[in-house]
Design a protein around this ligand. Structure first.
Ligand code: AMP
Ligand code: ZN
Length: 107
């Protein structure tokens, strides 16, 4: 399977990592739409958050907990945690991931 996020989680192509946990990694989005824009990606492949939610609740919880930690590490204010799910919702990479975005980067 030719999945760009599987390659990043395995270290086969580079990314700027921000944090990691047992089941997930966090790295900067290559094309940021906000001053803080980090992706939180489970190490295992799931097509989207819907598949992740029915497959492994522990991994889903780990992704969300890592997302909150990333927000605390990278931002001083409010943040969004967003899962685009399906092409019509804007999903372009079909390996589940959360976007952490914020307007207030930590200096
Ligand atoms: P989505 O549109 O919700 O599927 O989000 C996919 C995100 O992955 C987009 O915001 C892209 O900018 C980002 N992206 C694609 N390729 C890479 C990459 N090699 N490294 C980091 N982020 C990437
Ligand atoms: Zn994958």
């Amino acid at each position: 399977m030719d999945c760009i996020f599987c390659k990043i989680t395995k270290g086969e192509i580079p990314a700027t990592f921000v944090a990691e946990s047992e089941h997930a990694v966090a790295f900067n989005d290559i094309s940021p739409r906000q001053p803080v824009h980090v992706l939180v990606v489970p190490r295992a492949h799931y097509t989207d958050v819907a598949e992740l939610a029915v497959s492994d609740a522990a991994v889903l919880a780990d992704v969300i907990q890592l997302g909150v930690r990333v927000a605390e590490l990278t931002s001083t204010g409010s943040f969004r945690l967003q899962f685009n799910t399906g092409a019509e919702a804007g999903q372009t990479v079909f390996h589940a991931h959360a976007h952490i975005t914020s307007k207030t980067p930590r200096a």
